[in-house]
Design a protein around this ligand. Structure first.
Ligand code: ZN
Length: 264
């Protein structure tokens, strides 16, 4: 029997690899951000990140850059469509849409968007394991590959004074976040940011899971820490917003395939 010839490799440039899309007009970019925002909210609903009316994800408008799109007050994450989203200006007034804005969403997110021009999106909710970690007033420790994305790149807002409704408190949270991708709000929950909606949503989802892993590992025993040099190296590999965007795409595919009406 003659030896079969092994198949030729496909040239790498002919293999599919998704990258964040670029848009020519503000209108196209706005539509894109709103679609991604509605999808991220649906995923937060699917993952059980809702606690009553708490929780919001915002996306900066590409044209009116001191305005942001956000989920309407009092509507389930699980039902959000693109046309439900509201546009809020720098004074907290709704300028597009027919629903109220959550005052905490405005107080916190307006100050984050103001302090961080690089940030397109910010995500916050009262997810269970994030809240549990926040109750301990602790940061994430470098105990798994995934959590190294947050190594020396998240902060603790080490205060709690009630539901955030004033802009001064939002300013203090933005100051605690600093240049990082995430902040643990003590006795409250998690907040993440990104240069795309997908990145901010991915950081939130993976941070919540990392909180769960840390709590489980520490409850079971004494986790082994990754050494500083390796934790930094892993962060440099995994910890950028493009890596977050790439990691998030399977989730975007899932939610838009199973709930295509969210784009309506
Ligand atoms: Zn909150």
């Amino acid at each position: 029997m003659s030896q079969a010839t092994a198949p030729d490799p496909i040239p790498v440039d002919q293999l599919h690899f998704a990258m964040p899309p670029k848009h020519e007009t503000a209108e196209d970019e706005r539509r894109h951000r709103k679609e991604r925002l509605a999808a991220a909210l649906r995923l937060f609903g699917r993952f059980g990140f809702e606690e009553g009316v708490a929780g919001h994800i915002t996306a900066r408008d590409p044209e009116f850059t001191d305005h942001f799109w956000v989920n309407p007050f009092g509507m389930s994450f699980k039902h959000i469509t693109v046309s439900d989203l509201i546009l809020v200006n720098h004074k907290g007034q709704v300028v597009e849409g027919r629903h109220h804005v959550n005052q905490a969403a405005f107080a916190i997110h307006s100050q984050i968007h103001r302090a961080r021009p690089d940030v397109v999106a910010a995500a916050h909710s009262h997810s269970t394991y994030g809240r549990a970690l926040s109750a301990l007033g602790e940061l994430l420790e470098p105990i798994t590959q995934d959590v190294c994305a947050f190594y020396e790149d998240h902060a603790l807002f080490d205060d709690y004074t009630g539901v955030v409704v004033d802009e001064e408190e939002g300013r203090r949270i933005a100051a605690a976040l600093g240049p990082h991708k995430a902040v643990v709000l003590r006795n409250h929950g998690l907040l993440t940011v990104g240069d795309t909606v997908d990145a901010a949503a991915w950081w939130f989802i993976t941070m919540e899971r990392s909180c769960q892993v840390q709590l489980a590992a520490k409850a079971a025993g004494k986790p082994v820490h990754i050494d500083q040099a390796s934790a930094r190296h892993t962060r440099d590999q995994l910890g950028n917003d493009l890596a977050a965007w790439i990691n998030y795409q399977p989730l975007y595919q899932q939610i838009t395939r199973s709930e295509p009406e969210l784009l309506g």
